[in-house]
Write a protein that binds this ligand. Structure first.
Ligand code: C2E
Ligand code: CA
Ligand code: CA
Ligand code: CA
Length: 276
């Protein structure tokens, strides 16, 4: 038993070593990607359930590797948050998105994801203000999406920053609603402009379990009572859309309406065929 324990420890250390080396490689590659503009923005349409019209576009970051393949943000954002590179990367995303949207023929709104690290480590309101002036994008066309993690790490500081951002005229959406431990208390702490119901509830809607339906209904009721519009994420099927429409959901986003796409393609397909 003793020998095998030593062996386990050795394997564990080898794994650790490998993990550290892998993280260093990703850090180096991210730095290089930032310098050489290997990042791209994709846009995913959001639409009104009642009119079927596009209400805005979520901005999703893509990293194009040397073979032209896209690397998912889920794989590199956590590393960038750990090594601090999320700050310059996040600034690039904001500036690039505002610049692109300012040139669109239609004044659609854009929704940009913010990392909790950005909310706590830079003078974000000043940066956003500066980028809006620089790009000429109307503040009302910018929505910032934040997750509950940003709220719980330092609720007071975060709500202060969010109030400053709101004072600029931008709107604030609560992302991935329902996945954290204190979704309800975060709604109490700040007057969000939108609730984005997490995709996981949509996936479970297809199963026979009645819980997801009940939870979706409850979230829609909360949104209605607080006068906060609810957007359902990850809508993939007509059945899901029909259920959401019957329950009074305001907006939807998901593969049924359109995948995240490069700017030009996303705008071309901005006409959404979901009207009742
Ligand atoms: P998120 O903010 O929850 O973004 C929604 C994710 O769901 C996107 O994944 C999108 O491609 C995916 N999605 C949309 N509709 C559907 C659907 O119908 N079915 C399924 N299965 N998936 C759908 P993506 O683009 O891989 O992004 C993953 C996460 O990475 C985002 O989750 C967000 O947390 C983060 N992220 C992306 N771009 C940025 C960024 O610019 N800054 C920061 N801080 N985080 C970002
Ligand atoms: Ca988001
Ligand atoms: Ca989300
Ligand atoms: Ca998410």
């Amino acid at each position: 038993a003793k020998a095998s324990l030593t062996q386990d420890v050795c394997f564990y250390e080898a794994d650790m070593d490998q993990a550290v080396r892998a993280r260093r490689r990703v850090t180096q590659a991210l730095r290089e990607a930032l310098e050489n503009e290997r990042f791209e923005l994709h846009y995913q349409v959001q639409a009104s359930v009642s009119t079927g019209k596009a209400t805005g576009y979520e901005v999703l970051l893509r990293w194009k590797d040397h073979d032209g393949r896209y690397i998912s943000p889920a794989d590199f954002i956590p590393v960038a948050e750990e090594n601090g590179l999320i700050l310059p990367i996040g600034e690039w995303v904001l500036r690039q998105a505002c610049r692109q949207a300012a040139a669109w023929a239609e004044p659609h709104r854009i929704a940009v994801n913010l990392s909790p690290v950005q909310l706590s480590h830079v003078d974000l309101p000043r940066l956003v203000h500066q980028i809006l002036l620089e790009t000429g994008l109307a503040p009302s066309r910018l929505e910032l999406e934040i997750t509950e993690t940003a709220m719980i790490t330092d609720m007071e500081r975060t709500t202060h920053v969010l109030r400053q951002l709101k004072a600029l005229g931008v709107s604030i959406a609560m992302d991935d609603f329902g996945t954290g431990y204190s979704s309800l208390s975060t709604l109490k702490a700040f007057p969000f402009d939108k609730i984005k119901l997490d995709r996981s509830f949509m996936t479970e809607l297809d199963g026979e379990a009645p819980q997801s339906r009940a939870i979706i209904r409850a979230v829609l009721t909360i949104g209605e009572s607080l006068s906060i519009p609810v957007l359902a994420e990850g809508v993939e099927t007509a059945e899901q859309l029909a259920f959401l429409r019957a329950q009074g959901c305001n907006e939807v986003q998901g593969y049924l309406l359109g995948r995240p796409q490069p700017e030009a393609d996303a705008l071309l397909n901005g006409v959404v065929r979901i009207a009742a």
